[in-house]
Design a protein around this ligand. Structure first.
Ligand code: MRU
Length: 389
């Protein structure tokens, strides 16, 4: 079990107290989801996202196996963060291989690659690390790997900020058109917790809020793991951004009644033709948005584009997770002052839990990338990424 550096009960500490504890002891945690331990460069620190919004727990990752477990068990999650964690996992594997000549380096890398199947950022980051380390002598590998993983982390910050700037133009335009609070619907957590900073779908929202544009976010709870209710609501709350959690089934109704100006979601893998894999339920929101004439945007960092895939429905592997996530639900029980898991279904009921779905390109209004907003099509993406022709 990875060592715990900090554990705070968020139901007992006021946000200001949490902030001052972090400022004093873990300043990186105020901005980042993953960072190198300031006094021990052979340790990576992460937020354990499984415990938010009830407990803020910082854990130490010291081996490639721990990095793989953190991805597999969703201590870290969200396509960009999964990729960056894997890159640091390679760094840790390089360190382990330096200490022990018999360390099974290739097996450790395979374990990282197989940790989760849908987000393509994982394979992308591992391929990038392999290319960087090709031909580097083993004793120099840790240093090179650390540098390369750090560069990926910084690039993610820049990419998300650029997505934010392009998406901001859409929110500005919506505000200018309506003259009232811009209503945005989002699904799952494509926020700063899914990335290094900013987030993808949330970056335009953070920048609009900073620019004084009034925004309000409808946050889909996102069953079965509730990343919206637990993570997006938490991070928007921390940033002081007005938001309301809705049941997943409520979005269509809100759109029918003119209460959503636009949807912005993230993605775990987008094909070169613009089909979008994202958290399960995204497709239904896109269908409702199309029926109601609500623009449906996908915030898409370029490492999430799988240029090898054309047909998202046929070719993107969809992760099937444990049925227990559907049959049970966990949350804070104020009477017992603790987090509890309870069963929702009759004993013995079967559950099925596909974790992602694919929204066909035809339902997507635009792809907000770091290079601009593209039509969801091969021509649209190639106009921004001509080097992929
Ligand atoms: O299963 P998760 O929580 O890793 O799924 C995350 C999502 O589906 C996000 O919406 C997507 O990764 C985009 S993250 C910027």
């Amino acid at each position: 079990m990875p060592a715990v550096s900090l554990e705070l009960d968020l139901n007992r500490y006021a946000p200001a107290a949490v902030r001052s504890i972090l400022e004093a002891r873990f300043p990186a945690a105020l901005r980042r989801t993953l960072w190198v331990h300031p006094e021990d460069p052979e340790t990576i620190q992460i937020l354990d996202q499984r415990l938010l919004p009830h407990r803020l727990v910082i854990v130490e990752i010291r081996s490639a196996a721990e990095a793989a477990a953190a991805i597999r068990e969703m201590w870290v999650r969200g396509a960009p963060l999964i990729g960056i964690t894997a890159a640091y996992g390679v760094y840790l594997a390089c360190l382990e291989a330096r200490w022990s000549g018999s360390f099974p380096y290739e097996t450790a890398l395979r374990e990282l690659r197989e940790a989760r199947p849908t987000a393509v950022n994982l394979a992308w980051a591992l391929d990038h690390m392999a290319e960087t380390l090709h031909g580097v002598p083993p004793e120099q590998r840790p240093e090179r790997a650390l540098e390369a993983a750090g560069a990926l982390a910084e690039a993610d910050v820049a990419i998300c900020h650029a997505i934010g700037m392009h998406g901001l133009a859409l929110l500005r335009e919506a505000y200018a058109r309506t003259g009232r609070t811009v209503q945005i619907l989002t699904h799952c957590n494509a926020g700063r917790l899914a990335c290094m900073e900013w987030g993808t779908a949330t970056a335009p929202i953070y920048l609009a809020h900073q620019a004084g544009i009034p925004v309000h976010v409808w946050v889909d709870e996102t069953r079965p793991r509730n990343q919206g209710a637990s993570l997006t609501a938490w991070e928007l709350g921390q940033a002081g951004i007005p938001h309301t959690v809705i049941a997943d089934n409520a979005g269509g109704h809100l759109m029918q009644h003119g209460q959503v100006d636009l949807c912005i979601v993230g993605t775990d893998r987008t094909t070169r033709t613009g089909d979008v894999a994202n958290k399960i339920g995204t497709y239904l929101k896109a269908l409702a948005a199309r029926d109601c004439g609500v623009p449906f945007y996908v915030a898409l960092p370029s490492p999430t584009i799988d240029w090898t895939v054309r047909d998202g429905l046929a070719e993107i592997p969809i992760e099937i997770r444990s049925e227990s996530e559907v049959l049970n639900i966990s949350g804070f029980d104020p009477h017992a002052a603790q987090v509890r898991e309870v069963r929702l279904t009759p004993p013995g009921t079967a559950g099925h839990n596909p974790a992602f779905d694919v929204t066909p390109a035809r339902l997507v209004t635009g792809l907000i990338t770091e290079r601009g907003i593209a039509a969801a099509s091969e021509a649209g993406l190639l106009s921004l990424f001509p080097e992929r022709r």
